[in-house]
Ligand binder design. Structure first.
Ligand SMILES: Cc1ncc(COP(=O)(O)O)c(C=O)c1O
Length: 461
């Protein structure tokens, strides 16, 4: 009988995370203080993050031990199964072997708890009592709410307004886990008030919600801020996924020729791909594809430049692919991919030719999600559908080339709380969003005066 899924016993759960900073082909350029233009030091970040996570953020140790308490919580859903997509292979008549890693089996329904639990743990150890954060589609907010419930911390979530209205069930999940969730922009912070004064109907964006959450952490008692993507320590925590995949593929006797993941800030992609990217840096031939929406083309069209992580310019400047911190993406249903920037590690790996970015339009992603649901059964998050769209393109390419490639895709989450988006698609109400060039130029004007990284690259506009 065909082996459909490869499980690992709990005893095989990785005991360490993998840190790509130890293997970067080109050293990373540092984050800068926006006032001085100098590299930020740990003390600059201390009002926002606990010191133990700041240490992880800058660490270049190749492997970092996962504390026992985190491992215990991970066992609720980890190791996650690796599936072979036989039905999709047959449907596409492709000679490719398609594997997908199911990160949707976590209680929150995505990969996000891998770092949420770690961040809540390190905050707890450092004495934090309350964590603030932003959330787009609500996956991250619900993951952090659950993690805070496990660790006994208060959790405050600023949820992008358009998603807050589209996804009431995510908000209720957060409340069930004990968090407090408000729509962003809110009237609770100066950042939210300033946006609402300019545009009372603002649909919000991740950049705005980050500004609110950072402000709430800096001004709140015993409060720290937590980010669900982009930063080095978030990518680090997610690598437990790719390390499991390496063991699972070894059991299957395969090794990937192609790895695919969707990218908002990059964390699920990094988690799956970075342990293999290490192999590529040391000589393996793998096509590692990071997929983003055509309407928010950070990696494929944005320059590699210094920019703020948030809209109201409170964070340090990070060297990354960006569309400009004032860019507000079209209201596509993949709320978690509506972010103006990209993880500095992924941005650097794109410059170094280790990662290949691609962009796909919204309608193709939903069509892909439907094909996946009708063959493999699982209903995917709209974000994940971006990876599936690229997977289908690659599987068809393998058929046309007559090549038996091994393709690994990260299935970042289920879409069971996103059925309103599927309804809009199935009723013919969704469209592709053309991105006017003027909008990119306008938002990039706002970063023209910022310092430029040594490896500055103009965008493809
Ligand atoms: C299911 C799912 N996939 C992907 C993403 C994108 O985030 P990241 O690029 O950090 O994995 C999100 C973010 O909300 C998500 O919920």
């Amino acid at each position: 009988m065909e082996v459909k899924k490869i499980f690992l016993p709990e005893s095989e759960l990785p005991r360490q995370w993998y840190n790509i900073l130890a293997d970067m082909p080109t050293p990373m350029e540092p984050p800068l203080h926006p006032g001085t233009g100098q590299p930020v030091g740990p003390e600059d970040l201390a009002p926002i993050f606990p010191m133990n996570l700041i240490e992880q953020e800058v660490s270049t140790e190749r492997f970092i031990d996962i504390p026992e308490e985190i491992l215990k919580i991970y066992t609720i859903w980890r190791p996650t199964p690796l599936y072979r997509a036989y039905n999709l292979e047959r449907y596409l008549k492709t000679p490719a072997k398609i594997y997908f890693k199911n990160e949707g089996v976590s209680p929150a329904g995505s990969h996000k708890p891998n770092t949420a639990v770690a961040q809540a743990y390190y905050n707890k150890v450092a004495g934090t009592k309350r964590i603030t954060t932003e959330t787009g589609a609500g996956q991250w907010g619900s993951a952090l709410s659950m993690a805070c419930a496990f660790l006994g911390l208060e959790c405050k979530v600023y949820m992008v307004k358009i998603s807050f209205n589209q996804k009431p069930y995510r908000r209720l999940m957060m409340e069930t886990w004990g968090a407090n969730c408000v729509a962003s922009p809110s009237t609770e912070t100066k950042a939210g008030q300033s946006i609402l004064a300019k545009n009372p109907d603002s649909p919000g964006s991740l950049g705005i919600a980050i500004s609110e959450a950072v402000e709430a952490a800096v001004t709140g008692k015993d409060s720290k801020y937590s980010l669900g993507s982009v930063l080095n320590h978030v990518m680090l925590h997610q690598t437990v996924n790719g390390l499991e995949c390496q063991k699972q593929l070894a059991i299957a006797g395969d090794y990937p020729d192609v790895i695919i993941g969707c990218c908002g800030g990059g964390s699920n992609f990094a988690g799956c791909a970075f342990p293999f990217a290490r192999d590529k840096i040391h000589g393996k031939n793998i096509d590692i594809i990071a997929v983003e929406p055509l309407s928010c083309p950070t990696m494929t069209r944005g320059p590699f430049a210094y920019d703020f992580g948030d809209t109201v310019q409170m964070t340090p400047l990070m060297p990354m692919h960006t569309l400009g911190h004032s860019f507000v993406p079209a209201p596509i249903h993949a709320g978690g991919l509506r972010y103006h920037g990209m993880a500095p590690t992924i941005s650097q790996l794109i410059l170094d030719g280790v990662v290949r970015p691609e962009a796909v339009p919204q309608l193709e992603t939903f069509q892909a999600g439907i094909t996946f649901a009708r063959t493999e059964g699982f209903i995917s998050a709209p974000e994940t559908n971006h990876a599936i769209a690229m997977l289908i393109r690659e599987a068809i390419k393998a058929r046309e080339e007559g090549k038996e490639k091994v393709i690994l895709m990260n299935w970042s989450g289920h879409g069971l709380v996103d059925m309103a988006a599927y309804e809009a698609y199935l009723r013919g109400k969704l469209s592709d969003h053309a991105l006017p060039e003027e909008e990119i130029h306008r938002a990039l004007n706002d970063i023209a005066k910022l310092p430029k990284p040594k490896q500055y690259r103009a965008g493809k506009i």
